[in-house]
Write a protein that binds this ligand. Structure first.
Ligand code: MLT
Length: 240
């Protein structure tokens, strides 16, 4: 099932939930773990992040804060995945708070398995689903302050399309799940022009105004990271 941000149910617990924030939180988390971060710890509240990370050895932490697309003053970095170089993150814990992505993860954190997905690690997420075959799967888009987003929807479609075609299931088995049918349709229409689609997205436009062209290019690339961020304890993701 694909849920747009305002419609993530609060009264059910799926076997597996995949939080998606292509631009850019889950792309950043996947990159940090791929570059050797020990873990990623997510916060919706900036001051709570500062408080908790204060108790962590300074040389073993990196603090990322983003609001409205921009870096929060006093933090080591904002939310650009391109800032997550090995030199910066290896062996460290990334403490991160972003406008929507970290909140989306918190909304689904009670699922039996919680994953962070993006276009860059779509294959790793799809392989997990194909191998484990969890019965109930939610893909939760982060959107922007509760609203729908093109980039998270196309990523949900990309994951689902891969799983459905490779498991031999028929797409008509999705009948009744309107959000997912639409997500797959969006993906099949745009799969060869994902960067162009991200340029049309409202948050893509916001990031372009902030000169984040390279971030869009990177986040629009599929399957470049073989990393699966998985929740080890509430709010803490590690590489599976
Ligand atoms: C978010 O959490 O809203 C995004 O990741 C924003 C961003 O692009 O930094």
């Amino acid at each position: 099932v694909y849920h747009t941000p305002e419609l993530v149910p609060s009264d059910a617990i799926p076997d597996c939930a995949i939080a998606i924030d292509v631009l850019r939180a889950t792309s950043t988390m996947a990159t940090a773990l791929a570059e050797g971060a020990e873990a990623v710890q997510v916060f919706s509240d900036l001051s709570e992040l500062l408080q908790v990370s204060e108790q962590w050895p300074a040389e073993q932490r990196i603090r990322a804060g983003e609001r409205g697309g921009a870096t929060v003053e006093g933090f080591d970095m904002g939310n650009s995945p391109l800032d997550c170089t090995a030199a910066r993150v290896q062996g460290r814990r990334l403490f991160i708070s972003t406008t929507n992505g970290t909140r989306c993860l918190q909304k689904v954190q009670k699922a039996k398995t919680v994953l962070a997905g993006a276009l860059i690690n779509r294959r790793a997420v799809a392989n997990y689903l194909l191998a484990q075959q969890p019965k109930t799967v939610w893909i939760a888009g982060s959107g922007w302050e509760g609203s729908y987003s093109l980039e998270d929807t196309v990523c949900a479609g990309a994951i689902a399309h891969t799983v459905w075609t490779e498991s031999g299931a028929k797409l008509d088995e999705l009948a009744g799940n309107d959000e997912m049918v639409a997500a797959i349709a969006l993906y099949t229409q745009w799969q060869d022009r994902l960067l162009e689609l991200l340029h049309h997205a409202s948050h893509g436009q916001r990031l372009l105004r902030l000169n984040c062209h390279e971030d869009l290019k990177y986040c629009a690339t599929t399957d470049i990271l073989d990393v699966l961020p998985i929740q080890r304890e509430i709010g803490v993701l590690v590489s599976k």
